[in-house]
Design a protein around this ligand. Structure first.
Ligand code: ZN
Length: 465
């Protein structure tokens, strides 16, 4: 038996207004090469100036991840040649990173340790086309937080859970929207197998650029199988960097250890040491706000939600916010949570939004018996699609439910008179016939009768009251 030993390296783009070392706009999706200047293009004679906003965000993220923040850290040059790196080096942090020794706790209670978090600049982007490769330098110099875990992860599922929680922390602290599709959160994974009964580690491979949770899981599953087969056949795992082909679902060799870069790190001479005062760190700590696991605990302890429901809500900050805002007007946490985690979440995933006011109005209409639960789902979807208020839609579609007891009793008595034989059978013990009578009432009201009230009156009438 083999045990996977997995570590992750994650890059998160910090959503500052400007880049890390110049005043160019940090913005995603602008036309290529419009947010550039001599500094981020690496022209000779230019000097970097550190963006303090990026320092604040990275420190915030590190604090939320329980890291120890180093009062003094240093920038270093990592030298390599690549067309989308015009300076010929990347400014990063090497021996003395911003933060160290943090952790994230998984739902199982297992702690995944974080070795370090440091600040660095992003490179440009190469765009490969049929005619050749184009380069967009807009991303050059965008601030990144790089997070490196200890090899504490033991399965693809744990790796995905870790990454999901990390993404939430970035979103909750407001430092990044950590959208893997846009590439503002990127993940590399290293993996080795060790015999279950041995303390010695195996040879690891690193898989680069896993840009979705699914790809991370699949690449790791593939790599576990590949290494296992290799080892069981008496072969050896080669230490190397691999890529992931998402179309074929396989990993492949990119470069071996012999070709590994020697980055020739040295201290960045153009930037002073980064010194953070205790006062600064204190302010950051105060301003962090509620973190995902804290919100989850509050939902469980104060609102009485179950663990799973609380996690589903807190797993998307927008949903948690909508839930809390609506709760102010509709203070029934369990019922509201059920609506949000199912119907509202489903619409939200399709890009459709409802406001707390709209949701409140709808739920109150259900509560007061104006519309049925089933119809309310229809109305909710219309609300999200049209932006209209629930009452307008109920009116337009004629969905108002009949809850008036007097008029329902008239219909029910009619039905009961019409089927004397069935009434007799019911009274002699065939209680299942209640469903039949219910169906008749629903047919006559075209499904608009309030089932709760019908049920109550039917019971009374059938039992001869
Ligand atoms: Zn610039």
């Amino acid at each position: 038996m083999w045990e996977p030993v997995i570590g992750l390296e994650i890059h998160i783009q910090l959503q500052t207004k400007s880049k890390l070392f110049c005043s160019c706009k940090n913005s995603y999706g602008d036309p290529p090469n419009t947010n550039i200047c001599p500094v981020c293009l690496g022209h000779p004679g230019t000097l970097p100036v550190l963006n303090w906003e990026a320092v604040k965000m990275a420190t915030k993220l590190a604090t939320a991840l329980h890291c120890r923040i180093n009062p003094t850290s240093y920038f270093a040059r990592k030298n390599y040649f690549y067309p989308d790196l015009p300076k010929g080096y990347q400014i990063t942090q090497h021996k003395y990173p911003l933060a160290q020794d943090g952790y994230i706790v998984l739902r199982s209670g297992k702690k995944i340790r974080i070795e370090r978090l440091h600040l660095e600049e992003d490179s440009g982007k190469s765009i490969h086309t049929e005619e050749g490769t184009l380069i967009d330098f807009n991303r050059c110099g965008v601030p990144l937080a790089e997070i490196v875990t200890k090899p504490d992860i033991s399965s693809p599922e744990e790796a995905v859970e870790f990454l999901k929680i990390l993404r939430l922390v970035a979103i909750y602290t407001g430092v990044s929207d950590a959208d893997m599709e846009k590439g503002n959160m990127r993940c590399d994974a290293n993996l080795s197998l060790k015999p279950a009964d041995s303390g010695s580690l195996g040879v690891k491979t690193e898989v680069k650029n896993l840009n979705s949770f699914r790809f991370l899981a699949r690449a790791l599953q593939y790599e576990i199988e590949r290494q296992r087969k290799l080892l069981e056949a008496g072969g050896k795992v080669v230490q190397e960097t691999r890529g992931y082909d998402s179309h074929r679902g396989i990993t492949f060799t990119m470069r071996s250890k012999e070709e590994a870069h020697d980055y020739r790190y040295f201290p960045e001479p153009d930037l002073p040491p980064l010194v953070l005062s205790e006062e600064f760190l204190g302010k950051i700590k105060e301003g962090i706000g509620e973190l995902p696991w804290e919100k989850k605990s509050r939902f469980v302890e104060e609102l009485g939600l179950d663990e799973d429901t609380a996690w589903v809500l807190c797993g998307e900050k927008e949903m948690a916010d909508l839930f809390e805002e609506t709760l102010k007007h509709f203070p029934k946490p369990k019922e509201l949570a059920n609506w949000v985690k199912t119907e509202v979440m489903k619409l939200w995933k399709e890009g459709l939004r409802v406001t707390p006011i709209q949701l409140t109005k709808l739920l109150k209409m259900v509560e007061q018996g104006y519309i049925s639960r089933l119809k309310a789902k229809e109305v909710l979807e219309e609300v999200a699609k049209t932006g209209k208020n629930p009452e307008e839609i109920v009116e337009e579609k004629g969905l108002l439910q009949i809850s008036d007891e007097a008029s329902l009793r008239v219909i029910i008595e009619e039905v009961v008179r019409e089927f004397p034989d069935k009434v007799e059978k019911y009274r002699s013990g065939k209680k299942g016939l209640l469903g039949f009578f219910m169906g008749q009432v629903m047919r006559r009201t075209r499904g608009k009768a309030n089932p709760k009230i019908v049920n109550k009156i039917l019971g009374e009438v059938l039992n001869g009251k």
